[in-house]
Design a binder for this molecule. Structure first.
Ligand SMILES: Nc1ncnc2c1ncn2[C@@H]1O[C@H](COP(=O)(O)OP(=O)(O)OP(=O)(O)O)[C@@H](O)[C@H]1O
Ligand SMILES: [Mg+2]
Length: 470
């Protein structure tokens, strides 16, 4: 379905003087879908040959821009196809109004080696999806690529972010705001003069014809009310993260309850997590290890998590920190903890993996840990938890933890180690960039070790909780 706003924004994008069109606003408000259509038309009418689509990485580009539930560039426009020869990365092709072939480069801004797709070229129409999570140097490079273009056009989409973010102070604040814009956003933009050809629209879920009142209700409930994420994502407003990230939510209701069960032929009261563990009812387990910083002589933390049927709960069953600092002693201590947990798990085939990351010498320790585990007859995949290593990944992890807390999926068992993990989560504070403030404090080690443990399930969990597959 085509809305009035889509027609207006398309007409504006195709005007000769337009050089920047920025869409900011609420999640699922149709910003990306509208931008894809604008991009397609703008490329079609552009005299230049090279154009680019930029997203976090190739997966994000494929899911959000090329497919996008059937609304993506490849699914929606039959004239767009994958390019044949390799020209420094992936690209698409389509025919323009002039009968010439247009090339659309695909660039992930998350990893510098994917930027190569755009370096040193003249690029005309550029779409940067979620432009606020891209590096400033990447954003500036995109503008530099357009410097010699005949008809440059920059297209941005984003949720709210910190008002001091350079994407606002260098570019977006110079836009002329059009349509309905929240007053606090207008006030920020009013401090800057308008540049010719720079335009801005704010988007709300009600702008998206696919969003029924029930879906809007559900979308609003995915982040805790009054949280920073609620403000920037659900309301699409700008805001500065401050104070505690989780403390205000993590009350005792996040400890697994005591339930009355029949265990070994006797009726008894038991911590529900304990019961699920003892009766082999978790469908998946994983262990996350954050290896410490040797200078600080501490900081190695292990977490054991379990997932209940249907991904209803993700439980931190136990967690612990290590005392050893010397490498051999540390490996021994780590493996002893793993062995203790291993002995408690009834359904060993449900163990997914052991995920490790941390400070410095991780690569050297992993083979030693693997060897020691095999000596102890523990044959679980032991590997790096690299998925969350980069900054966009750290945002994704925080996002997932907030989603799990808001939906009451994440729980901690009654064990002292698990309770310490919950207490450490409560200590985490925001830094200016919206990520946890990280100066190697103890709470970061506990948070990271849970983060590494959830890595294998991150995509499944995020999709389930964001109900992208509704
Ligand atoms: N005009 C439309 N007609 C029908 N369905 C639409 C339309 N626009 C968007 N949708 C549906 O809504 C979903 C969300 O839209 P979109 O991805 O563009 O939101 P967004 O504002 O970019 O959200 P986010 O901030 O989370 O990236 C799309 O996957 C699509 O299924
Ligand atoms: Mg989007």
């Amino acid at each position: 379905m085509v809305t009035q706003k889509q027609i207006q924004t398309l007409a504006l994008a195709l005007r000769p003087e337009t050089v920047l069109l920025a869409f900011e606003g609420e999640i699922r408000s149709g910003k990306t879908v509208d931008m894809i259509q604008i991009f397609h038309e703008a490329v079609y009418y552009n005299p230049g040959e090279l154009h680019a689509i930029c997203g976090r990485d190739y997966n994000a580009i494929r899911d959000n821009l090329l497919k996008c539930n059937g609304f993506g560039l490849l699914d929606r426009f039959s004239d767009v196809d994958y390019g044949k020869e390799k020209i420094g990365g992936y690209f698409l092709t389509m025919k323009g109004y002039d009968g010439h072939t247009k090339q659309i480069l695909l660039a992930g801004y998350d990893k510098v080696n994917q930027w190569e797709a755009i370096l040193g070229k003249t690029i005309n129409v550029i779409l940067v999806d979620e432009c606020n999570i891209a590096d400033k140097t990447f954003i500036d490079e995109c503008w530099a690529r357009q410097a010699s273009a005949d008809k440059p056009l920059m297209l941005y989409t984003l949720n709210g972010d910190n008002p001091d973010h350079p994407i606002y102070t260098d570019y977006i604040n110079y836009c002329k705001p059009l349509g309905q814009v929240p007053p606090e956003t207008l006030a920020e933009m009013d401090k800057y003069p308008n540049k010719k050809g720079y335009y801005y629209y704010h988007w709300k879920m009600t702008d998206n014809p696919a969003m029924t009142p029930e879906k809007i209700e559900r979308a609003r409930s995915i982040y805790p009310k009054d949280s920073y994420y609620y403000k920037i994502k659900v309301l699409g407003l700008r805001g500065t993260p401050e104070g505690a990230i989780f403390a205000q939510y993590l009350d005792d209701s996040f400890t697994s309850p005591t339930v009355e069960v029949v265990y070994r032929a006797a009726k008894q009261n038991m911590d529900e997590c304990e019961y699920l563990l003892k009766t082999g009812q978790y469908i998946k387990y994983a262990i996350g290890i954050d290896l410490g910083n040797n200078d600080a002589k501490r900081g190695t933390v292990l977490s054991l998590i379990g997932i209940t049927r249907g991904y209803k709960n993700l439980d931190v069953i136990d967690a612990t920190d290590c005392q050893s600092t010397e490498s051999n002693a540390l490996v021994h201590e780590i493996c002893t903890h793993i062995q203790m947990w291993h002995n408690e798990i009834q359904n060993l085939n449900a163990i997914d993996s052991i995920r490790i990351d941390g400070f410095g010498a991780v690569q050297i320790l992993i083979p030693t840990i693997r060897k020691e585990l095999i000596n102890r007859k523990i044959r679980t995949l032991t590997d790096l938890a690299i998925k969350f290593g980069d900054s966009a990944g750290r945002k994704a992890r925080l996002d997932l933890n907030l989603l799990m807390i808001s939906r009451k999926v994440l729980r901690w068992s009654q064990r002292p180690g698990a309770q310490k993990s919950r207490a450490m989560f409560k200590k985490l504070k925001y830094a200016d960039d919206g990520l946890p403030f990280d100066e190697n404090q103890a709470e970061m080690d506990w948070y990271d070790s849970e983060g590494y443990a959830i890595t294998p399930f991150a995509t499944t969990l995020t999709n389930a909780l964001r109900w992208y597959n509704e």
